[in-house]
Design a protein around this ligand. Structure first.
Ligand SMILES: Nc1ncnc2c1ncn2[C@@H]1O[C@H](COP(=O)(O)OP(=O)(O)OP(=O)(O)O)[C@@H](O)[C@H]1O
Ligand SMILES: [Mg+2]
Length: 558
């Protein structure tokens, strides 16, 4: 197989490494062909015959797009040889040989069948993102290969990772590289100093707010360059502000602004990825959902704010909160790579060249500062009472893991010896944080499952109600009543797509639940679409909870 892409030079050594050493690390620049060429190139290897390849992608959007591209390469529809599996959306058949899966799915596959029957290889794509689930996936897969399934192949891929360290973790696996780039990307540093954080006091800012700076850069990029523009911003709030700024900037009728973030329904995400109509230039305002793996038709210019929003766990409150942080150099390279996939491109960075070297080299692994309760439950389900029994790139911090285990013991998920209990196994089957899973199961026993499902949705999402004129109503009842009146009417046991869009359409029309006119104006129907999906999620959990679990004695922990 010859794709004509730079990764071709790596295919022979990669096949050799996987054939004889059963593991490899592949490092190749963005756009080289790792995600869309390598799985297809491995399909006919002797060790893969009659078996499936599982490829882990960190993001749903990328998983769908990559599976689609591979199916297209084979001239097939998705769900034949190539398919994908993710929550609420699975396209596979009995003929499927390559499954692109998102993170929770891989953990489930491993937990339900640790020997991974019928699986020839697990490929960890975009491993530099270092999500907790990817780190856990590698640890469990290494353990499975050592004790249950010695023939399993493991491949870790990324453009920007510390390849030698990962190779050591995989038992001194060969590190295979491809150096060629398909198209060059020119970098233009356009800021002063480091990327501006939103909470930096304006007096100390050498420039305007991050949003103003980015909007001005977009305007400049449209003047200086041709082609579509992809803009990286930390979150939905900044996307809305930049969109408002650009709407008043008189960019002309030939420019179309399209947001792209995780809460949008898949049709709107697909619209941002689709080629613009002739004569129209697209400006896609994205979060880091578009940072890796994606090829967006028409894009040859990237504008990067240098910021990302990440969830950080606060051990004092026991809750995670979102923090806006500066990206790493590895992230900046990934973002820049989106400009050079179909033609030579340009990347504008909202920071100075001097500041570039002061950014962290790599993104900090999520395992270092995440809430470890879900991980502790997964480890207990796996039968690993001690995290030290598994191999990690960065082991979970002992103190945080200890607190997580204490919480699980209080929930009745672990016994005195630290082993998982029957209740713990039930918690692990519910796709929610152990605290919420416990609430759902306890509520089911008390006949209050629908209420608990609503509370779980509220606690998992951003606040539904925005403060009006500085006042914030902290009453949980207001939040319970808002969606009950609108979205929930539409959410009862219909197909996920129809349900989510019907709920959002109703929510958009009927703003009657808004506590104030100001809040009504600030709450967009678009925001509701994503949220109604998460309401749907809790209903699905509630339904699964109702169906799959039999009543058991609980601990009395809250
Ligand atoms: N949907 C698509 N439409 C058009 N071309 C595409 C598409 N997907 C991939 N390509 C082409 O294939 C090349 C390889 O894409 P692929 O996603 O496999 O690269 P990659 O090495 O995984 O990059 P990254 O590190 O950025 O994820 C792209 O540079 C692009 O030229
Ligand atoms: Mg890729």
């Amino acid at each position: 197989m010859n794709s004509g892409l730079p990764v071709d030079e790596a295919l022979a050594p990669l096949r050799a490494a996987l054939g004889t050493r059963r593991a490899a690390v592949l490092q190749a620049p963005p756009g080289a062909g790792k995600s869309t060429v390598v799985p297809l190139a491995l399909l006919e290897e002797p060790w893969a015959r009659g078996k499936r390849l599982i490829m882990l992608e960190p993001r749903r959007l990328a998983a769908r797009a990559i599976a689609q591209r591979m199916a297209q390469t084979l001239g097939e529809s998705i769900g034949r040889t190539v398919g994908y599996r993710m929550r609420f959306d699975t396209r596979i058949s009995r003929d499927t040989r390559i499954e692109v899966v998102t993170e929770g799915v891989l953990t489930r596959l491993l937990q339900s069948d640790p020997a991974l029957e019928g699986v020839a290889a697990v490929i960890f794509d975009e491993f530099h993102e270092r999500s907790l689930q990817a780190d856990l996936g590698v640890a469990l897969a290494l353990d499975a290969r050592e004790h249950l399934t010695p023939g399993l192949r493991l491949l870790v891929m990324s453009a920007t990772l510390d390849g030698a360290t990962v190779a050591r973790l995989l038992g001194d696996a060969p590190l295979v590289t491809a150096t060629g780039r398909l198209f060059a990307v020119q970098t233009r540093y356009a800021g002063k100093g480091l990327p501006v954080l939103p909470d930096a006091p304006s007096a100390t800012r050498a420039q305007g707010s991050p949003e103003t700076l980015v909007a001005q850069l977009v305007s400049r990029a449209l003047r200086e360059e041709h082609g579509d523009v992809l803009v990286f911003l930390p979150g939905g709030r900044e996307i809305r502000r930049v969109q408002a700024w650009l709407n008043t900037a008189q960019l002309g009728s030939g420019v179309r602004i399209l947001p792209l973030f995780g809460d949008l329904p898949s049709e709107e995400q697909d619209a941002a990825l689709a080629p613009a109509v002739r004569g129209v230039r697209k400006v896609v305002l994205a979060t880091n959902i578009a940072e890796t793996s994606l090829t967006i038709a028409g894009v040859r210019v990237v504008v990067d704010s240098g910021l990302v929003r990440r969830a950080c766990f606060d051990p004092v409150t026991g809750m995670s909160r979102l923090e806006t942080q500066r990206i790493s150099r590895a992230s900046a390279d990934q973002r820049q790579g989106r400009a050079g996939r179909l033609a030579a491109g340009v990347c504008y960075r909202a920071w100075s060249e001097g500041a570039q070297s002061t950014l962290a080299a790599f993104t900090a692994p999520e395992i270092a500062d995440a809430d470890l309760a879900p991980l502790a439950l997964e480890l207990a389900s796996w039968g690993a009472r001690d995290a030290g029994a598994l191999r990690w790139l960065d082991a979970p911090p002992a103190a945080q893991l200890g607190s997580a285990r204490d919480l699980l013991a209080r929930l009745g998920a672990l016994d005195d010896a630290g082993s998982i209990t029957a209740h713990g196994r039930e918690l692990a089957r519910v796709a929610a944080h152990p605290r919420l899973a416990h609430m759902l199961l306890r509520a089911r026993a008390l006949g209050q499952l629908p209420l608990a499902a609503q509370l779980a949705a509220l606690l998992s999402e951003r606040d539904l109600l925005r403060p009006s004129a500085g006042a914030r109503d902290a009453d949980i009842r207001a939040r319970l009543e808002a969606p009950t009146r609108v979205a929930m009417r539409a959410c009862c046991w219909r197909s996920p797509t129809r349900t989510a869009s019907a709920a959002s359409a109703r929510a958009g029309r009927a703003a009657s639940f808004s506590p104030t006119a100001a809040a009504r104006r600030s709450r967009s129907p678009r925001g509701w679409r994503g949220r109604s999906s998460s309401w749907l999620w809790t209903w699905t959990i509630a339904s699964a909870t109702r169906a799959s679990c039999s009543p058991r004695p609980w601990s009395d922990a809250s």
